[in-house]
Design a protein around this ligand. Structure first.
Ligand SMILES: NC(=O)c1ccc[n+]([C@@H]2O[C@H](COP(=O)([O-])OP(=O)(O)OC[C@H]3O[C@@H](n4cnc5c(N)ncnc54)[C@H](OP(=O)(O)O)[C@@H]3O)[C@@H](O)[C@H]2O)c1
Length: 290
């Protein structure tokens, strides 16, 4: 039986990848690679067939056991890990040693064009090591509204960002994870290609605030701020410097870039349309209520 190691298993995408893979009822063994096995067992206690192994990018000593008899890896970059050579290359070396040759990597839309983002470097490394790969390049997660941006929405009924009128492509993590599960399952058919995963809506934060107001019945407004002001607001709130700089890069730079490209790959793969923003807001509206 093929064995698939899922990294980031307790995060937004990894959690759903495991659920979609389990639902496929394919003859594969799913192994969740996690930092805290006991905590993860609680998270997935409804999936008795799931195996767990300790896996920590910052502790290379965990790699050997985690990669034992693994055929394929679902790989993501935890947001706080920026030093790619330091943390990913030792993993790739160990994968080579243990004959783990196939990787589905959660990248980001536009990674091929932007040499400064870590995902670009990881994609290049995966190719240089000679693995068979699939690169998934998703747009902007709808779930940012229910995670990173949620505190301001709940406490101030505001989204505060230096994003101006920049349009983002909005994609539901459930769609990304479902696509990832299918690609992990049908790896041979899709291997050595990159796929953009987007929703069908490019919208700015003014429009998204309006969608939340109308569909979650919470009057949310968008407050555009200068990047420096954003920096000081978030520092006062105790956000780490590195995270603020990443948020500025993610939300300010798109103001100077063309609108994101829209891809129909999710629909091709699943024969379903991707989630609409309105559907997402209605589904998750309990989060937005103060
Ligand atoms: N947000 C967006 O709009 C967007 C768009 C495109 C691409 N992306 C990319 O998506 C990725 C993030 O995915 P996500 O939202 O699913 O992440 P997430 O929810 O932040 O979860 C991160 C996962 O990584 C695990 N993790 C953290 N540090 C680790 C370490 N040292 N070793 C092993 N595991 C570790 C965490 O486990 P613990 O439970 O142990 O903390 C958690 O399972 C990033 O690479 C991001 O750039 C994001």
């Amino acid at each position: 039986m093929q064995r698939i190691l899922v990294t980031g298993a307790t995060g937004n995408v990894g959690y759903d990848v495991i659920r979609f893979l389990s639902r496929l009822q394919a003859p594969v063994q799913i192994v969740a690679g996690v930092r805290n096995v006991e905590k993860a067992r609680q998270v997935f206690k409804d999936l008795p067939a799931l195996e767990f192994v300790q896996f920590d990018f910052e502790q290379p000593a965990t790699f050997t056991e985690a990669l034992n008899n693994i055929d394929r890896v679902f790989l993501l970059r935890p947001p706080q890990i920026a030093k790619i050579k330091k943390y990913f290359d030792p993993l790739f070396v160990q994968m080579q040693k243990q004959q783990v040759k196939q990787v589905v990597f959660l990248s980001v839309q536009g990674a091929e064009k932007s040499k400064i983002i870590p995902h670009h470097k990881i994609e290049q490394s995966i190719k240089a090591f000679g693995f068979d790969y699939i690169f998934l390049r998703p747009g902007y997660f709808m779930q940012n509204l229910t995670t990173t941006l949620l505190a301001d929405i709940r406490e101030k009924q505001q989204i505060v960002l230096p994003a101006g009128k920049a349009k983002f492509n909005w994609i539901d993590v459930e769609n990304i994870s479902e696509a990832a599960a299918i690609l992990l399952h049908e790896f041979e058919h899709y291997k050595n290609r990159a796929f953009e995963l987007t929703g069908y809506e490019n919208e700015d934060f003014y429009a998204v605030s309006q969608i939340i107001t109308e569909n979650a019945h919470v009057p949310v407004t968008f407050k555009n701020v200068h990047p420096l002001r954003f920096y000081f607001i978030k520092r006062r709130m105790g956000m780490p410097r590195g995270k603020i700089l990443v948020m500025i890069m993610l939300h300010f730079l798109p103001r100077f870039q063309p609108e994101p490209h829209i891809s129909d790959f999710y629909e091709q793969l699943t024969h379903k349309a991707p989630t609409k923003l309105k559907t997402f807001v209605v589904r998750e509206r309990v989060h937005f209520t103060p």
